[in-house]
Design a protein around this ligand. Sequence first.
Ligand code: GCU
Length: 426
Amino acid sequence: MSVALLIAVSVPCAVAQGVPPAVAKPDLLVMHNGAPVRNSAAFLEQRRPEIFLDVQENVYGRTPQAQVATTTHVTSTDTQALGGAAIRKQITVTFGDKLQREIHILLYLPAHAAAPVGVFVGLNFDGNQTVSADPGIDLSTVYLPDPALDNVQLAKELKGHIRQMAKPETRGTSASQWQVETIVRAGYGLATVYAGDIEADFATGIGYGVRPLLFKDKQWLPEADGWGSIGAWAWGMSRMVDYLETDPAIDAKKIIAFGHSRFGKTALWAGAQDSRFAMVISNESGQGGASLSRPQRAETVAHLNIAFPYWFCPNYHNYTGRTDALPVDGHFVLALIAPRPLYVSSAIDDPYSDPQGEFEAVVAASAVYRLFGKQAVDVTAMPPVEHPVGGVLRYHLRTGPHDVTAYDWQQYLKFADDQFKQQDSR
Ligand code: GCU
């Protein structure tokens, strides 16, 4: 028998072609003891706590519940921002006592709102000044890769970094991803923080961030099930909510966690832990976020652990090369948001985030939304591009690359309108 024939008869053909075989994903609606979950009460009271603990212990890690000393100062207010369309506030929140960390919230609110407004809350990659060309935004102090390592072929997150004030020419460089004017004209606010204020996004960034504020005495590193930087960033998003709840211009029942890519993963985990997020939006969060790990079509758990060893809890490293042993998968993270509104989106030219895996996770999580009588995604085939599907759990695939675009924001604003209208009419 030829070698080729031997392979063909002895292993499934997917393996013969180099594609890992599809592995059944864990079931959201079967308890650890094997009992089926038949209704929303059983989900909330029995199954959700199991899912939460499994996700916490194996993926993102435990967030310390201790309070840290916090002081808040509104450092500037401009009621004529964006040509009069917006109120811009900047708020500094200082955490800690002897050891201190500061985050700087940039908040835009519609200038002429008749009632308190809903607010999108999200972290930015490169400093608050990148979010809009508005010259009144304070330049963030950012971490930039050490230029001495420019020629070193290594992910920037693994290089050495230098902290410095962002350059003025970076103003507005991410404006298309934030669409601030569209958001305020639609009657919503936007609150954002440079993620590096919470924790710098590189391997030794833990030392510059908030995690040490919550370490126990003589603790140097997180425990095996302790939080990684995604946990720290999610903690920071909850601290933003602490402030937003105190601002009378904001409707605290309409706070939306939003995030793109690594901060999409963060928005999901923030929403899973903190029910004050009334709605969650995951824009192309990919592996370690909305996408399924098991198909291994795109980025894998192994890749995340090598390139970003500090994002997840140390336990997550147990699944490098052992994805099938993970007790959870992307649909578990999504189900933790239920029955609150959740929007997951993918882009066709972003195969690395595995659009198919994100869609399949949404389809699987839909079963949980249906238990609550909520409209979720009923189709099982990937919808055409720019054709959102679902209701309270919604999904779209758009044309174009890994990004946040005007199209994405149009959908998120419409989603928020639809969902909050239903909420208001109850
Ligand atoms: C990397 C990483 C992804 C992540 C993305 C991003 O590509 O591998 O998991 O989502 O960065 O945050 O842009």
